[in-house]
Design a protein around this ligand. Structure first.
Ligand code: ADP
Ligand code: ZN
Ligand code: ZN
Length: 767
């Protein structure tokens, strides 16, 4: 008997395993990756075939043959193959994720067939998204001898129009009105031929076509020494095809993209294909144009700002094998690319590579798994590689690192100046722009050059800051800053749960100027416009780029074009402006509050601050004009800021690593954050306590002594959308199978009615 293993697409079965079904002899097209219709209990369901066992003995699979049910029919697919199937099973365990959520990463945009109950019957619902066709008309074999009747004016007009080549029916209709009856009669006599042709939606316009600015960069005549090294290193890894990982540690502007392009060129010329992941926010026309410029139609693009139809078409181009390189956000990792030889993750340290809903995967680790399985090479590029990547490249024999220490054009990295905002305040200034930053802005804009201002406000957690002495209240037990809670005017430690009333004066110096930090971009924009007006002699555009101004498709492109136009301009924005931008006349970069992030009670706070300053500094002085970077902070002594300002990663790590080792954080440990939420605080807390005990007993059972489980505490964002959030943090040794160990507990456990539970394995943040 042929038996298929099927993952059911039913919410309540989400964490369950796959089910076995017999394949009836008449169904000859059941294969891995197909969507099938099957019976399940008294209902019907859709499912995904994850494996096929030919001539299998049900008994050997532990199934009673008399209870074995049959697949009804194949509805769609196959959408994926054996490699994807293996990856799905691995991810489900590794990230304690529902199988069906893992499968759906690999299915086409727009969805797959599903079952719906209508009255008493189960019906198949097909996704609305699919291919779109256009009807095209050209002259047929009988055209040469055909003479329309004298009064058939429309026929004659159509034939005249077609003499210069084929046309779409829609075009003829715009010109001549309703053409259907004329066309049908002509087609009936073979005078014209009507053909359906697939139309690709919204393939991103080639560079420059829709805008005024050309973002394409020509291939350089000669690689720099660093680039040549890195390329050689990658090509060697590709030749070995053993799933090795190459970290490309290249300063901003060192020409990493050129290395990616040439490495891809070779892989493609050998008949294999490549996947390039870039952070969603740097999927700007600039990036896309550089890949299109080199690979033309062989490039597919996938990201969330495209419509479902557009993504479907790009997905299908890949599935058909016509696209051999895909550039996209993290989900592009799951595109139906065949024979992948090279996976590139640009800006590897970015948090957008962590998916924050199920399956909560880390792209870097999934890509490493895939590369290993498919004999591909994984390249991780960054000017600020993550602490984990740096650590692994020293300790894992499959990992290595190459560096590009210099900019491709031989220019130095811009100097970074740190301004102590507490001193500014002491000197009487109440502005959010220091005197130094104001002066620099004035200078740069007067010269007709451009500035980029970063307002770093990730997190939104508020904390108290004394504007006079820079003091930030911290929990005495955890040395983490307290988070300010509006409710009850309290300071709460989100590590141990301790809370104290918020003081009204600074506990250190007695100053009444205690500020709750977290100014929005809009506020800053108003102040900036006023500042520029006050200069009196410059007329500069201010372009604000944040979540609010980039809601619609094309907003990104439009804002960047506005910024790129000739003349003085300031681009003000959140993290999204920190990377990828490559404009020749940006000569000043300012960071408005460098410490907003630093004060977040999170183990990666220092690393993120360091990364962000290095990245945004990299936007300045990229071409012939030298650049200047001004970082405003209330904490100029902090190691992350001092190290970033001197481009001294060693200094940063020598402070950071011992702390991480001591407190058991990555790269010295692996974490799992178990999150619980629901409308009733007590219920959530009780459930968290009971889950905590289950985890402890599970670990005792497995006799894993070196794991640490922190008791449940409220999350930083304790109250979100009406729910109360708690979490339990699990710390395990680096080589522990964290998800695989915890998964059985979560698969078998049923939760209190109104409480949700999710496990975040390898979380990016513990907020
Ligand atoms: P990164 O991604 O490392 O920040 P980019 O790939 O954006 O750097 O390259 C920075 C700039 O240097 C780009 O304008 C690029 O065209 C240019 N460039 C790249 N390689 C070379 C080279 N070998 N010689 C001269 N210019 C180069
Ligand atoms: Zn103070
Ligand atoms: Zn504490």
């Amino acid at each position: 008997m042929n038996i298929a293993s099927v993952i059911l697409d039913i919410k309540t079965q989400a964490l369950g395993g796959a089910y076995s079904y017999a394949i009836p002899a008449h169904l000859t097209d059941v294969s891995v990756g197909c969507v099938v219709r099957v019976p399940f209990g008294r209902r019907q369901a859709c499912g995904f075939v994850i494996s096929v066992n030919e001539d299998a003995d049900p008994a050997s699979l532990g199934i009673d043959p008399s209870k074995m049910r049959e697949i009804y029919e194949v509805l769609a697919g196959p959408f994926f193959g054996e490699d994807a199937a293996a990856c799905i099973m691995w991810m489900a365990d590794h990230y304690v994720a529902p199988l069906s959520d893992c499968v759906k990463l690999f299915t086409p945009p727009g969805g797959v067939p599903s079952m719906k109950k209508v009255g008493h019957a189960w019906v198949v619902e097909r996704p609305a998204v699919g291919e779109v066709d256009d009807r095209w008309v050209r002259l047929g074999p009988a055209a040469a001898d055909y003479k329309p009747r004298a009064n058939a004016v429309k026929q004659q007009a159509i034939l005249d129009a077609l003499k210069s080549g084929e046309l779409r029916v829609a075009e003829l209709a715009t010109e001549f009105g309703n053409v259907n009856s004329s066309l049908n009669s002509l087609a009936g006599k073979d005078v014209v031929v009507i053909e359906r042709k697939r139309r690709m939606r919204g393939v991103p316009a080639p560079d420059g076509e829709c805008g005024v600015v050309s973002f394409e960069r020509p291939a350089p005549v000669e690689l720099t020494q660093g680039q040549a090294n890195a390329l050689e290193h990658i090509q060697k890894a590709c030749a070995e095809a053993n799933g090795s990982v190459v970290v490309v540690d290249g300063v901003t502007g060192s020409g990493k993209t050129e290395v990616y392009l040439q490495a891809l060129e070779q892989v493609v010329s050998q008949g294999r294909s490549g996947i390039v992941l870039v952070p969603e926010i740097s999927l700007t026309p600039q990036t896309v144009a550089r890949f299109r410029g080199r690979f033309g139609d062989m490039v597919a693009v996938l990201h969330s700002r495209m419509s479902t139809g557009e993504r479907y078409d790009q997905w299908d181009l890949i599935a058909q094998g016509s696209a051999r390189v895909v550039v996209g956000a993290r989900s592009a990792l799951f595109a139906p690319m065949r024979d992948v030889g090279l996976i590139i993750i640009d800006e590897e340290h970015e948090s957008t590579y962590k998916q924050e809903n199920a399956p909560r995967y880390v792209s870097r680790d999934v890509a490493a798994y895939m590369a290993q399985r498919m004999g591909a090479t994984l390249v991780l590029g960054s000017a600020t590689p993550s602490v984990e990547a740096l650590y692994r490249s020293e300790h894992d024999p499959l990992w290595s690192i190459v560096s590009l220490p210099e900019r491709a054009n031989g220019r130095p990295l811009p100097a970074i100046e740190v301004v102590d905002m507490t001193r500014e305040f002491a000197d009487g200034s109440r502005s959010m722009f220091s005197k130094r930053l104001s002066r620099a802005l004035h200078e740069v804009l007067s010269l007709g050059q451009k500035a980029v201002l970063l307002l770093n406000q990730r997190g939104f957690a508020k904390f108290l800051l004394c504007r006079e002495c820079g003091f930030v209240p911290e929990c005495p037990d955890c040395s983490l800053s307290y988070t300010y809670h509006e409710q009850g005017n309290m300071l709460v430690c989100h590590h141990c749960g301790a809370s104290v009333p918020a003081p009204s004066t600074c506990p250190a110096c007695g100053s009444p100027y205690l500020k709750r930090l977290g100014a929005g971009t809009q506020r800053v924009e108003v102040d900036l416009v006023n500042l520029i007006e006050a200069f009196g002699d410059v007329d500069a555009r201010v372009i604000r780029m944040d979540a609010d101004t980039t809601k619609n498709k094309g907003d990104h492109q439009r804002l960047l074009e506005q910024f790129a136009c000739e003349g003085p301009a300031v681009l003000l924005g959140t993290q999204m402006i920190a990377k990828g931008l490559d404009f020749d006349d940006v000569t000043l970069v300012g960071v408005v509050h460098a410490d907003t992030q630093l004060r977040l009670p999170d183990f990666r706070a220092g690393e993120r601050t360091f990364d962000l300053i290095e990245q945004v500094a990299g936007r300045a002085g990229r071409a012939d004009l030298p650049g200047r970077v001004i970082v405003q902070t209330h904490d100029p002594g902090s190691v992350a800021i001092r190290a970033a300002a001197t481009y001294d990663r060693h200094l940063f790590l020598s402070d950071e690593l011992p702390k991480r080792r001591l407190l058991k954080y990555p790269p010295f440990a692996r974490l799992a954050d178990v999150r619980l939420w629901g409308p009733d605080r007590q219920e959530v807390e009780d459930e968290a306590d009971s889950l905590y005990r289950s985890i402890m007993s599970l670990l005792q059972h497995q006799s894993v002594a070196d794991w640490v489980v922190l008791p449940p505490t409220p999350c930083i964002f304790e109250r979100l959308r009406g729910d109360w959030h708690f979490h339990i943090t699990v710390k395990a040794p680096v080589d522990a199978a964290v998800g695989e160990t915890l998964a059985p507990l979560f698969r078998s456990r049923t939760c209190a009615h109104d409480v949700n539970v999710a496990v975040d394995v390898d979380p990016y943040s513990l907020l």
